[in-house]
Design a protein around this ligand. Structure first.
Ligand SMILES: Nc1nc2c(ncn2[C@@H]2O[C@H](COP(=O)(O)OP(=O)(O)OP(=O)(O)O)[C@@H](O)[C@H]2O)c(=O)[nH]1
Ligand SMILES: [Mg+2]
Length: 670
């Protein structure tokens, strides 16, 4: 039996799906979290008779009408794949809005069971819903559920009702709303919608008793007045992000990382003693420096990243991140995007790929493609080790490094959106309406699960892609083109050095024209964690976190002298890695969401140009400010940057002209 979960965004479909299948799909406290359908089998304890029950979680939808194109995945699935039963998840705190969709589902000829979800919240608010009366009015079973609870949550009753209607021979007859079913033109649909609203309002007024204006509500409004305030919103957001980076990077993170790195060191030592003296030094180096050293350098930052993800999950769960979308909407609207583009960017701070996929809910094509192109500018989980490394080595673990990279990301996104709008010549606007979820105590359990999921992905990546890359880097730097082991005094003769050196020339104006940095930037396109791993291997540093000094990169002076670049150049290198194109996997995701080769190539070129220009400006201006003269390769870099900027300006003019032309043609037509 195939069971579809359908309902409004943020009603709790995925939470319910996870509860009945035992899966751990991403749940978020805002609308539009699920963008793809997901399938799972019903858990044994909710399926006592062991039937073949498959559940499909769908993206949220407000309507089945073909004139709201947004929710097509849900509509297509329900209409084309004909599930045997639909569970309609209804947010019981928002009955009147949710039932509109219910009336449409009831008319499809597929049995519907309503899961009246978030029963705990309704109770807390002091509202009551007459469930038998609601079931009578809708002519379908209605079961009260609390999908966040593990017991006494109504899920067994729900599944029993689902199996019963799925097996019953009696057809469900939808309530009579009066001709709504036969609509085919837009006008007819609109007329039918009006009837539906009237029908729903009528039911709600009969079954629901609301407790009027509770104090809690006004308190929520008061918090929102400050948190989502026009001017205060931004500094509050900055302070919160600073706090998150402080906790993860300066306070709790290093303390955890310290213990963790101790274990990695121990592993390294025990493997070394196991290998003994007789093992071929090339093999020993591959294992100890390349694999354990390289992967260890990356994994060493795991505790730090976990703390950060935990904090972000708490912020998401309590409802704050949805407010950030509202605060940022004002700025995004000015550059042709909307608050809707923020969600992909917030999701992208975990990993760029789901962030890019989240752009799917954006209707306007230019906005969707622009968001998919710019979301990777937010620092994702894989970029955090790079930030942590450079903040540690050059800036004493200061939380401002991470915070400023986060906000630089937002600024670059806003500027880029402005440029892209000009280039495309598409000045269309869109309005952003977002339902704000209520504030609530964040759940430690949910945040822990979210953190562990991300940590798992990080470890798997470190044990596969990162491990292989580090091994390859180690081999390439051990041998020269004649396959002879390179002398320790002449590392520049290795295969790796000879490949990376020509590229390093391009980086001289950016302050890091060394083959090691060039090699690390290139492996970074395979996965951003590789930047840290490759630097560790190339500079033969087995770990960046000093266990003795109880500080991240305790031997920072030592490491920075091994790197041999200035702090300004280090910052430029950090920015270069964060603002050039993301890893290949994310570029693949960009490709599938943009659905246009032209946009994809344009986006990658734009990102390359952006990273290069920013790194150039930071290095040269920073060097001028700290030493009084420009850095090396100033003129060459200036020429390159002038070329990049000149070309972008040319494209913007061209775009502006074509927009003007289009405007003229339209006014002539009018
Ligand atoms: N208090 C309470 N919260 C719930 C319940 N069910 C879900 N939630 C919360 O509601 C929010 C939305 O849950 P999701 O499962 O992501 O909602 P969804 O319907 O899948 O949302 P989209 O995928 O965006 O359409 C999350 O913050 C959940 O923790 C419930 O029964 N009680
Ligand atoms: Mg969902």
């Amino acid at each position: 039996m195939k069971i579809a979960l359908a309902g409004n965004p943020n009603s709790g479909k995925t939470t319910l799906f996870n509860a009945i299948t035992g899966k751990i799909e991403h749940v978020g406290n805002w609308a539009g979290v699920t963008v793809e359908k997901k399938e799972g089998d019903v858990k044994q304890n909710l399926n006592p008779r062991n039937e073949d029950l498959v559940v499909v979680d769908l993206p949220g939808a407000y309507s089945m009408s073909p004139y709201t194109s947004e929710e097509s995945i849900t509509r297509d699935f329900v209409q084309n794949e004909k599930p045997d039963v639909i569970i309609n998840i209804v947010d019981s705190t928002n009955l009147s809005r949710s039932l509109f969709f219910t009336t449409q589902l009831l008319e499809l000829g597929i049995p519907v069971v309503v899961a009246l979800n978030k029963g705990d919240l309704t109770e807390k608010k002091g509202n009551t819903i007459d469930i038998p009366a609601l079931s009578d009015a809708l002519k379908c079973p209605v079961i009260l559920t609390v999908s966040t609870k593990s017991t006494n949550n109504g899920l067994l009753e729900l599944m029993n009702a689902v199996v019963a209607v799925g097996k019953s021979n009696k057809k469900q007859i939808p309530p009579n709303i009066g001709g709504a079913k036969k609509a085919s033109t837009k006008e007819e649909f609109e007329k039918a919608d009006k009837k539906r609203f009237a029908f729903v309002n009528n039911i709600v007024s009969e079954v629901e008793r609301r407790k009027v204006s509770s104090e809690k509500q006004t308190m929520q409004d008061q918090i929102d007045r400050i948190v989502a305030h026009k001017w205060l919103g931004i500094p509050i957001f900055a302070a919160i992000i600073w706090l998150v980076f402080s906790i993860s990077q300066s306070w709790v993170g290093p303390w955890l990382a310290d213990t963790f790195v101790g274990w990695i060191d121990l592993l390294n030592e025990s493997v070394a003693s196991l290998l003994g003296e007789d093992v071929n030094p090339v093999v020993a180096a591959l294992l100890l420096d390349g694999i354990i050293g390289g992967v260890g350098a990356v994994i060493g930052f795991l505790p730090l990243i976990m703390v950060l993800f935990f904090c972000l999950a708490l912020l998401e769960d309590c409802g704050y991140m949805a407010r950030v979308a509202v605060v940022m909407d004002r700025f995004f609207k000015k550059v042709g995007l909307s608050g809707k583009s923020i969600i992909p960017m917030i999701v992208g701070t975990g990993c760029g790929i789901p962030g890019i996929m989240a752009t799917r809910t954006i209707k306007n094509e230019r906005q969707r493609r622009t968001t998919a192109m710019l979301a990777p500018f937010m620092p994702c989980g894989a970029k955090l080790p790079i930030i942590a490394l450079f903040a540690g080595v050059f800036f004493g673990d200061n939380a401002w490094v991470g915070t400023s990279m986060y906000f630089l990301g937002i600024i670059v996104i806003i500027m880029s959106a402005l440029i892209i709008r000009r280039i495309t010549g598409d000045f269309s606007k869109s309005y952003f309406i977002m339902e704000l979820p209520e504030y609530r105590m964040p759940s430690i359990k949910r945040a822990t699960i979210s953190m562990l999921m991300r940590a798992k992905a990080f470890i798997i990546k470190a044990g596969t892609i990162i491990l292989v890359c580090n091994a390859v880097v180690q081999i390439l730097q051990t041998f020269d083109w004649q396959l002879q082991v390179v002398a320790e005094t002449a590392p520049e003769t290795s295969i790796l050095a000879s490949i990376a050196s020509p590229l390093a020339v391009l980086f001289i104006p950016l302050g890091f024209g060394l083959w090691q940095f060039a090699a690390a930037a290139v492996t970074g396109f395979i996965a951003k964690e590789n930047v840290v791993g490759t630097l560790a291997v190339c500079f033969s540093i087995t770990n960046f976190i000093d266990v003795e000094e109880l500080a991240l990169v305790g031997g920072s002076a030592e490491v920075s002298s091994i790197f041999g670049i200035s702090a300004v150049a280090a910052l430029a290198y950090l920015v270069f890695n964060l603002f050039t194109p993301p890893c290949f996997a994310a570029i693949g995701a960009m490709n599938s969401e943009m659905e246009s080769r032209k946009w994809l190539f344009g986006a990658v070129a734009f990102q390359l140009g952006m990273g290069y220009t920013l790194a150039f400006l930071i290095y040269q201006i920073g060097t001028l400010a700290t030493t009084g003269t420009f850095g090396a390769g100033f003129l060459g870099g200036l020429a390159a940057v002038a070329l990049i900027v000149g070309y972008v300006v040319y494209l913007m003019r061209k775009g502006g002209n074509s927009a003007q032309m289009a405007g003229k043609i339209q006014s002539v037509k009018a």
